[in-house]
Structures are given as structure tokens and as C-alpha cells.
Design a protein around this ligand. Structure first.
Ligand code: GPW
Length: 835
């Protein structure tokens, strides 16, 4: 407020206020201006990278003008805001998305052509913003897109990692990890060196009495680190809203970068302190669905939660409202348990700093938070050791103990003498060392807990959180099935299909109301439409074939059936089932006569995905895929009938090329293990069929598109426990066809078999936890159906079109509105009658 210009002087400001380019000519002027001044280059040294930067800077100016207006509007109307806390935002590239959202891609294409560039070449220069591992991080990115598009006043909060998810290279069939340093020349972030927060760690708690004799606590820091805000503008699609993603970067706090040491000439140790502080935001942990309890990870979590809450509270305090109104102004969504410390931190701020009573503070906390669970896998549920937390966050541990005490007292009252119940629901696990169960804090401190697909939400209520349903009743638990943004995953990734749909539907409204796709069903039998549909798929397959040639050197026949599985490599996602199936196919082909082979549908099995660097089994799976590829792809007897491809460094921008190009994709997790999956939605929305288990969102996709349009197989979630039990106590029977596959591997067909020992023995000898053998037979049989049905191209096309027409439910906009209504209680900002 102090920095505001007095009214009489504002006229001059308004006269010169920045304007947005609106024509090709103006775009070209902005582009050249940025090349010549911002980048200090000229037409004599403008390469494609500079052309990307010039275009990005021109669009960035537009976004920032809209961003400023949005923030002013949101401050002025002062409604409730949503804060989405996520340790991961897997954004991918920003330029194409920005151009499409503001509706100026054609203008930029023509302008760039005038100046000597192809827009695709400029776009492909951009480095992916890869601040995430997989589905959880990409979901956060889809949320941001949707919240802006629907005009919700919403901010994302995350960490500005210097290194995103590692870049994967395949060397001699093995995964190698290369650091992903991505920050140089990133035009999309705005450093806010004036927005900083000092964050404490370690130290001790001092107890004292205030003037009124009330017992108070003060946390006296052992160490402080400074958080600096970096803002990333998030444009909505064809809307005035440009929201903010605020990422925190760590550095030594000003007092800490020691002037004394510096003065005394002790530069080395002064710089070492600086570097220690910077390690907090240095690197994204590369684990998907796994928690390893490392101290630096806990530091990251607290650093980010504390900085974000300080920022949120500071914004609230400017409104001069009573604390009791906090939950009417602020909704905070926790993307998994990673930000659970925010619950404890808000309670600490309210009682230790603001002086509220415990009960009033706790009501505010519960009213503010919502918690989304994304997994039931035990190894992914976060637990922190008590001694670790005691050392790093002593006051928070006290508060956690108090939360637990009051909670257990209330449980004891409702369920007297149920000691087992108390120990099951306690925040503290009585192990050695004791552990803090973060999910329990998240449930106790939130007013809503949601799963991400129906089956998964049912499972959390009946298994891992069953006791909490008894304690709180069913209302605290709900389901919001995941979705995807159709802007990036249809319009941007598959412009030709988007244009064809727009032509049939009379415009692009479906991009903001995806249920309109249902009008496509009327054209299923339209010959010409079918041809155009098929033509687009064929072109997308050509585009993928070019990418495959570029990254692997292999040429694939684009008329083959493209069978794709791209996602993080994990035993529960069962890429091993897929590659064993490929080996089975290879053996069948080898056993055929030339006559029989003529009837076979040629296939390309395409894999992609990263293994966590410490996940041995996942790395073995990658090595097996590449070893099979090396043998099969050079087998002249087989030729085009089977090719195996591993696309290295799968990421968001590669997904944009891969998803539109599949005939069939694989979503084949052990039933009950994949909470939702979201790439299943991306593939179907782009006209690919899927083969999958009855797991996660596959079940709802089936319900929407019809079971005749999906290839389902395998055991059901309800049978898994029983099957696992039988593996150990009823004797284990290896599927005979899988046995033949194992024998082939053991004979050395794909190189030294000892490399695959642990993969095979986990199934043959150690209980086959993921039921690969139990599902193998039906998996093979279902793939035979796929082959057969693919030969009837007309039927296949009808399935493809019908499926797309019925995918409206999986728009992220539906998801965002459900969160807004049932969890956040926020309204979109009405900007219709804005001057
Ligand atoms: F373990 N998911 C993910 F639950 O990508 F935290 N990484 C993770 O660490 C976790 C979950 C976590 C995924 C789920 O595996 C996937 O099924 C789901 O579609 C996605 O989160 C978004 O909800």
C-alpha cells in the first residue's frame, strides 16, 4: 500500500501502461525488439534457440500483463482463494501452451515464417520443466491449467529445484542418469528477490509465562535458511485469468552468509555455508510411489510448507479479518502427505505466534485443509522417525504429540477399552525407533480426505484408513476421480484431431466443456469422417515413427499395430508382464510356418519410462526390454512382424507425441495397486484403445465408454489377498506359457541369463507378489483378441470414435469443479462485467 502512486499522478501511468500485441505485425515488432535488446542479438546471429527465446519473451509479456490484472482483481474482490501444495509440478513445455491459450498461435506461426523460422522448430527448443516424477506431479500441472481456465482464484506452491527429474540415457541396454539442469535462460519464471521468508531448523523450545501467567512456547532456532519466491504465470485457456505458481528457492539468509567469516578472509567456509543452504532446493527426489526417510527430504518439506504458510498468512492478515474467518478465505489442498507439516505449522503459528487457544486454532486448521491420498502401497506411505523430527523440528514434534493426545482421548471416549484401535490409529507408531505416521496427521487435521478413483477411494476406506471411517463417520472421506486437461492432451498434442472434432461440432467449445464430445457419436457411421479419423491416426503414427528413428535408430513400419506402455517403471505397473508377453509372441512367431506368418498382424511394442536410480528390479526390467529388442529387432525371419522399442528419457513433451500415436496402450497394474492412472485417459482421448486390468480409473473408463470398447483381463482386486496367500500356503503353480518364457531367458537367448535372475526368482521362488503368473494366461489370450479385432479396421475405428465421444467425464475441469464444491467451497471469480 505504501508503494502505491497517488491518484492525481495515475493518469500518466495509465497512458503508458503496457499493451498486448494483437496482430502479426505487432508480434513481429515485439519479437525483433526482444532479439535485439533483451537478448542482444540481431538478424545475423538469430538461431532457432534465439527464435524460441524471442517468441517466448513476446508471449511472456502478454502473460505478465494478464497476470498483474488477475492479481489486482483477486485482491480487490477478496474472495476465498485455493492454495494447491505439491512437491511436484510436472509442467512440460510452456510456449506452445501459452500460444494456444491466448489464441495467438497462428499469428506467431505466420510472423515467425516472415522472419525465417518454422514455429515447430522454435517450440522444440524449449527444455521441459520436469519438476516431478510421474502422475502425481502431472496431476498438479493439470490442476493449475484447469483452475486458471475456470477462473478460480488459485495459487500453486512448490519448490524451485535446480535439478528436475534426471535425464535418462540407455547405454548398452542399461539406464544411466544424467542431471537435469534446466534453469539457464528460463523465460517463464520471475524472481521476487523482495519476497523472502526466513525458515528455522533445529534449535530448542523455550517454555515461558506471559504477563497473564499463560504458558507459552518459543522455538529458538539453531539455523535459518532463506526462502526466495520465484513466480511462474499460469494462463487459462481463452480467459482473462492468469494465476500464479510460486516456487521457493533456498539460500543462506542474509545474516548467515557470514560477514564476520567473510571479513576475516575465511571465504571457503563462508561459501560452504551458502552451499549448504542451497542444497535444500537443489534436487527433486527421483522416487515414484516410494518414501525413503532421508533428512534432506524432510528439510525440503518443512522449508516449502513454512514459506508457503507464511505467505498465505501474510496475505490473510492484510485483510484485517478475525482469525475465525481464515477457513472462509483460505482453502489449502495437500497433494499427498508430502505437505502434511503445513497442518502442524499452521497450528504452531496460531498458538505460539498469534496467541490463539488450542481448540480455536485447531478448528481453523481443520476447516482449512483437504488431503488427497494417491496410493495404498505400504512402501509409499510416509513415516518420519521421531528422533529425526525431534532434532530438526522440536516444537513441531511437541505439537504432533499434543494433536495425538487430544485425538486419542476422543477416540478412547467413543471406543472405551479398545487398546488395539488406539495403537492402530495413533500418529505415533510404537516401533524402534518410533515413527510419525504422516497420513494420520493429514486425516486428523483435514475436513476432507479424498481418493483419486472410485475403486481406490473404496479401498482406502475399507483397508488402510478403515478405523478413521469408524471414528469420523463416512463424511470425511470422499472420491474425486482424476482427470486430464484437454487443452494440452488433445488440442496441443493432437491439433489435427482437435480440428476435425471442431469442424464436426461447429467450434472449439468442447475444449472447455468436454461432455460436448458426445455429439461425435452421431458421426460414427459416416464413411468420410472415419477416413479422416484414420488418416489423422496414421499421420500421428508417422510422427512417432520419426521420433523412434531419431532416438533409437530403428525404423518401424507405421502400418504395424502400435502397442505402447509408457509410465514410470515399477513392479506394480508390471512392465515385466508386458515384456514376458512380447517374448511369448516372439516364440509363437518363430514356431510358425511362412504361410501362417502371412496372416499375422505386424506389431511394434513400445516402452518408455524411468526407473528410480536405487530401484534394482525396475532397472533389470529396462535391461530385459532392451536385451529382447536387440535380439528380436535383428531377426530377419521375423522382420516387421515384431519390433521392440524402448524410447529413452520419457517425459511430458515425448508423451505429447506418443499418446496420439497408439493403437493400443497398456494399463496393466496388479488389481488394487494403481490408485487411478491418468495416461489411460490421455490415450483414449486421442483415439487409442486400451488393454488393462480392473484397476484405478480403468474401471470408470470402462463404465463410460462401454465394455465392448476396452480389452480388460486379469484377476480382480478382491481376489488379490487370497491369491497371495495361496502362493505361500497352497503351493505355487507357474503358468506353463510363462514357464516356457523363463526357460527361453535361462537358455541365454537374450544374453547372460544371470542378469535376469532376480526378476525371474521374484516370481518363481518368492511368491509372485504382483501376480504376473496368475494373470499371464488371460493377458496372452486378450492380446490375441486385440490382433483379431485390429484386422477389422472398420470396427476398430468405430470403437475409437465411440470411445472419444464418451470421454467427457475425464476432463480436469469436472475434477476441479468437484474439489471446489465438495472440498474447498470456493467460487470462480466472476469477470464478466469487468471494465
Ligand atoms: F505415492 N502417484 C505418483 F501416492 O505418481 F505419493 N507418485 C507418487 O509418489 C504417488 C502416487 C504417491 C500417482 C499414482 O500412482 C497414480 O495412480 C495416480 O493416477 C496419480 O498419482 C495421480 O493421482
Amino acid at each position: 500500500v505504501e508503494a502505491s502512486i497517488p491518484e492525481p499522478l495515475r493518469e500518466a501511468w495509465r497512458k503508458h501502461s503496457a499493451a498486448e500485441f494483437t496482430s502479426k505485425d505487432e508480434f513481429e515488432r515485439e519479437f525483433v525488439r526482444h532479439i535485439e535488446t533483451t537478448l542482444a542479438r540481431s538478424l545475423y546471429n538469430c538461431d532457432e534457440l534465439a527464435a524460441y527465446s524471442g517468441t517466448a519473451l513476446a508471449f511472456r509479456d502478454r502473460l505478465i500483463i494478464e497476470w498483474n490484472r488477475t492479481q489486482q482483481r483477486q485482491t480487490f474482490t477478496d474472495q476465498k482463494r485455493v492454495y494447491y501444495l505439491s512437491l511436484e509440478f510436472l509442467m512440460g513445455r510452456a510456449l506452445d501452451n501459452a500460444m494456444l491459450n491466448v489464441g495467438m498461435k497462428d499469428v506467431a506461426r505466420d510472423g515467425l515464417a516472415d522472419l525465417g523460422f518454422r514455429i515447430e522448430d522454435a517450440i522444440s527448443q524449449e527444455h521441459d520443466a520436469a519438476l516431478g516424477n510421474g502422475g502425481l506431479g502431472r496431476l498438479a500441472a493439470c490442476f493449475l491449467d484447469s483452475m486458471a481456465t475456470l477462473n478460480y482464484p488459485a495459487w500453486g506452491y512448490g519448490l524451485r529445484y535446480r535439478y528436475g527429474i534426471f535425464k535418462q540415457e540407455i547405454v548398452n541396454g542399461y539406464q544411466m542418469e544424467i542431471p537435469d539442469y534446466w534453469l539457464d535462460n528460463n523465460p517463464w519464471e520471475f524472481p521476487r528477490h523482495d519476497i523472502t521468508v526466513d525458515i528455522q531448523f533445529y534449535g530448542h523450545v523455550r517454555k515461558y509465562q506471559d504477563e497473564d501467567g499463560k504458558v507459552c512456547h518459543s522455538w529458538e532456532a539453531g539455523e535459518t535458511v532463506q526462502a526466495v519466491a520465484y513466480d511462474v504465470p499460469i494462463p487459462g485457456y481463452r480467459t482473462k485469468t492468469t494465476n500464479n505458481l510460486r516456487l521457493w528457492s533456498s539460500k543462506a539468509s542474509s545474516g548467515e552468509f557470514d560477514f564476520q567469516k567473510f571479513n576475516a578472509g575465511d571465504y571457503e567456509s563462508a561459501v560452504a555455508d551458502q552451499q549448504t543452504a542451497e542444497t535444500i532446493s537443489a534436487v527433486l527426489y527421483p522416487n515414484d510411489n516410494l518414501e525413503r526417510g532421508k533428512e534432506l527430504r524432510l528439510k525440503q518439506q518443512y522449508f516449502w510448507c513454512a514459506a508457503s504458510l507464511y505467505d498465505i498468512v501474510r496475505r490473510f492478515k492484510k485483510t484485517n479479518r478475525a482469525w475465525s474467518e481464515f477457513p472462509d478465505q483460505v482453502a489449502i489442498q495437500l497433494n499427498d502427505t508430502h505437505p502434511t507439516l503445513a497442518i502442524v505449522e499452521l497450528q504452531r503459528i496460531l498458538i505460539d505466534v498469534e496467541g490463539l487457544e488450542w481448540d480455536e486454532a485447531w478448528r481453523i486448521v481443520i476447516g482449512t485443509f483437504g488431503y488427497t491420498n494417491h496410493t495404498v502401497l505400504p512402501e509409499a506411505l510416509e513415516k518420519w522417525s521421531v528422533p529425526l523430527m525431534q532434532n530438526l523440528l522440536p516444537r513441531h514434534l511437541q505439537i504432533i504429540y499434543d494433536i495425538n493426545l487430544f485425538f486419542l482421548q476422543s477416540v478412547e471416549k467413543r471406543f472405551p477399552n479398545d487398546r488395539d484401535m488406539l495403537s492402530r490409529v495413533s500418529i505415533i507408531e510404537e516401533s524402534h525407533p518410533k515413527m510419525v505416521r504422516m497420513a494420520h496427521i493429514a486425516i486428523i487435521g483435514s475436513h476432507k480426505v479424498n481418493g483419486v478413483a472410485e475403486l481406490h477411494s473404496d479401498l482406502i476406506k475399507t483397508t488402510i484408513f478403515k478405523d478413521f471411517v469408524e471414528i469420523y463417520g463416512p463424511d470425511r472421506f470422499t472420491n474425486v476421480t482424476n482427470g486430464i486437461t484437454p487443452r494440452r492432451w488433445l488440442h496441443q498434442a493432437n491439433p489435427a484431431l482437435s480440428a476435425l472434432i471442431a469442424e464436426k461440432l461447429g467450434g472449439y467449445e468442447f475444449l472447455t466443456d468436454l461432455t460436448l464430445l458426445d455429439k461425435l457419436e452421431a458421426f460414427v457411421d459416416d464413411k468420410k469422417f472415419r477416413q479422416e479419423w484414420a488418416h489423422i491416426k496414421a499421420n500421428n503414427k508417422l510422427r512417432l515413427a520419426r521420433l523412434i528413428k531419431d532416438v533409437t535408430g530403428y525404423s518401424v513400419n507405421p502400418n504395424s499395430l502400435f502397442d505402447v506402455q509408457v509410465k514410470r517403471i515399477h513392479e506394480y505397473k508390471r512392465q515385466q508382464l508386458n515384456i514376458f508377453g512380447v517374448i511369448h509372441r516372439y516364440l509363437s512367431l518363430k514356431a510358425m510356418t511362412p504361410e501362417e506368418r502371412k496372416k499375422v498382424v505386424p506389431r511394434v511394442s513400445i516402452f518408455g519410462g524411468k526407473a528410480a536410480p536405487g530401484y534394482w528390479m525396475a532397472k533389470s526390467i529396462i535391461y530385459l526390454i532392451n536385451s529382447v529388442a536387440a535380439v528380436v529387432n535383428k531377426d530377419d525371419e521375423i522382420g516387421d512382424l515384431l519390433k521392440v522399442i524402448f524410447i529413452e528419457d520419457y517425459n511430458v513433451s515425448k508423451a505429447e507425441i506418443i499418446c496420439p500415436a497408439s493403437d493400443i496402450s497398456e494399463h496393466i497394474s496388479t488389481a488394487g495397486t494403481e490408485a487411478s492412472g491418468t495416461s489411460n485417459m490421455k490415450f483414449v482421448l486421442n483415439g487409442g484403445l486400451i488393454i488393462g486390468t480392473c484397476d484405478g480409473a480403468n474401471i470408470e473408463i470402462t463404465r463410460e465408454i462401454g465394455e465392448q470398447n476396452i480389452f480388460l483381463f486379469g484377476n480382480l482386486a478382491e481376489d488379490v489377498e487370497d491369491l497371495r496367500h495361496r502362493h505361500f500356503y497352497g503351493g505355487f503353480q507357474l503358468d506353463p506359457q510363462l514357464k516356457r518364457v523363463f526357460e527361453t531367458i535361462k537358455e541365454g537367448t537374450f544374453g547372460d541369463p544371470s542378469s535376469f535372475n532376480s526378476l525371474i526368482s521374484s516370481i518363481e521362488e518368492h511368491g509372485d507378489y504382483y501376480l504376473v503368473s496368475d494373470d499371464f494366461n488371460s493377458y496372452i489370450a486378450t492380446h490375441e483378441m486385440v490382433d483379431k479385432e485390429f484386422q477389422n479396421q472398420e470396427e476398430w475405428l468405430a470403437k475409437s470414435i465411440t470411445s472419444v465421444a464418451r470421454m467427457g467425464f475425464f476432463s480436469m475441469d469436472r475434477v476441479t469443479n468437484e474439489y471446489a464444491d465438495s472440498i474447498w467451497n470456493v467460487e470462480p471469480l466472476d469477470i464478466a462485467d469487468e471494465a
